[in-house]
Design a protein around this ligand. Structure first.
Ligand SMILES: Nc1ncnc2c1ncn2[C@@H]1O[C@H](COP(=O)(O)OP(=O)(O)O)[C@@H](O)[C@H]1O
Ligand SMILES: [Mg+2]
Length: 405
């Protein structure tokens, strides 16, 4: 790590060290990326220096799932959880600094996505009056700033939503900076709890970028594993269970009827669409048809790959050719998903993001470091075409710290 003389983010082009923090919809833990950033778009330069993932304690994860699945909670619980997660995010940031051997004093900025506990991208009727869309990421940034002493930027999504966007996806801005190519059309595909893609045509400008959530990533399979193992296992490591099963075509057809899949982009989804109720429906089908658990897991895994392939065929390939898919997120490590994608897209090269310098797990945390840097400089970082916003917006809220104490 190169030494910086001052931790301020200068406009002079001197590189700044920025931490990106994120916990995705899988709620598996807090990802921390240390990124060195300089310049400004389109020639912004950002390099991942280090990465660490800190798992959530089991009991915290359980509460997040309960709250995020719209099961019973209270304002007290949400308020307390907001501050507790602030502490855990700060702990993770400080742990990362120790591990990376970089003093927090040398970090100019911290970008924290927070933990999504509710996301409704499309406006819906509320209280019988106005239609409201809203989103809530928690993990109190004032606590993070106070504990780490680092200026913290958080709450990136609401500014886009206030401008009529869905507040998601936000990573495409960074995908564009990283992966645009003058000759090759490329797609960045991230398979987290939800799967999303960013399509960047050859020679694209930001206005040409199309991005949206394709549907479930690992969320449904994770829920099935938790169910069948009675909480002992939280995901299907290396698709061990899925690979013992077979595809249930009738179930797959049934699941593909979900109206989300044919909805046109811009679109985003979350636990509201593919959380508990969706899984209950799948389990009920399994019960009625006396299906084996491994067949249900196999079919849910195939659903992820099939809906990605389908989304590409419906919304991307008719407009512009794709030469390469750059895949990231925990689902990139699922061999059944990888095999199904390769089989469904025989003419497209699929490569892991690690082969372009960003490990599969690190990409989203990396992206929030870059988004924080852009916000700090007062530059918009949403792509209106991706989120549906009426105009570019400067994302996030800043918690300043008094550097002297
Ligand atoms: N070796 C693996 N085999 C299969 N699935 C994996 C593997 N490693 C990670 N995953 C999946 O990736 C998920 C975490 O992915 P992540 O990108 O962190 O998602 P999120 O952004 O939603 O937190 C895990 O819950 C699991 O389903
Ligand atoms: Mg995660």
């Amino acid at each position: 790590v190169k030494r910086l003389h001052s931790p301020s983010v200068s406009a002079s082009g001197r590189p700044a060290l920025v931490l990106g923090l994120l916990s995705g919809t899988s709620a598996d833990g807090i990802d921390v990326a240390l990124v060195r950033i300089s310049g400004r778009p389109p020639s912004l330069s950002a390099k991942l220096l280090n990465f660490l993932s800190v798992p959530y304690p089991q009991r915290v994860r359980r509460v997040i799932f309960r709250v995020a699945n719209l099961e019973s909670t209270s304002t007290e619980e949400i308020s307390q959880l907001n501050f507790l997660l602030g502490e855990l995010f700060a702990d993770a940031a400080l742990k990362a600094c120790r591990r990376f051997r970089v003093s927090p004093r040398r970090i100019a900025l911290l970008g924290s996505h927070g933990q999504t506990i509710f996301h409704q991208g499309f406006p819906g009727p509320f209280l019988g009056g106005r239609r409201i869309a809203s989103t809530l990421q928690i993990g109190e940034p004032a606590v993070i700033a106070e504990r780490t002493g680092i200026t913290t930027i958080a709450d990136f999504r609401p500014a886009d939503m206030a401008a009529g966007g869905q507040g998601a996806p936000l990573v495409p801005f960074v995908d564009y900076l990283l992966y645009r190519d003058s000759r090759r059309g490329r797609v960045a595909l991230n398979i987290g709890g939800i799967a999303n893609l960013t399509a960047i045509p050859a020679g694209a400008t930001p206005a040409d970028v199309l991005a949206f959530d394709t549907g479930p990533g690992n969320m449904v399979v994770d829920a099935l594993l938790r169910h069948f193992s009675e909480g002992r296992r939280s995901f299907d490591r290396d698709a061990r269970m899925a690979r013992q099963g077979l595809l249930l075509p009738a179930l797959l057809q049934e699941l593909l009827k979900d109206s989300y899949f044919c909805k046109r982009p811009p679109k985003s989804c979350g636990r509201e669409q593919f959380g508990e109720p969706f899984v209950r429906k799948l389990l009920a089908w399994g019960h009625e048809n006396k299906a084996r658990p491994e067949d249900l897991v196999h079919t849910a895994t195939v659903l992820t790959a099939v809906t990605v392939v389908d989304a590409l065929h419906r919304f991307v390939l008719p407009r512009s050719p794709v030469k390469q898919i750059i895949i990231s997120g925990g689902g990139a490590r699922n061999p059944l998903i990888a095999a199904q994608l390769a089989a469904g897209l025989p003419d497209i090269e699929i490569i892991p993001s690690a082969s372009l310098g960003l490990p599969e797990d690190a990409k989203e945390a990396f992206a929030f470091a870059v988004l924080a840097y852009e916000t700090w400089h007062g530059r918009p970082a949403n792509l209106p075409r991706a989120t549906g916003a009426r105009h570019p917006a400067i994302l996030g809220k800043v918690v300043h710290v008094a550097r002297a104490h």
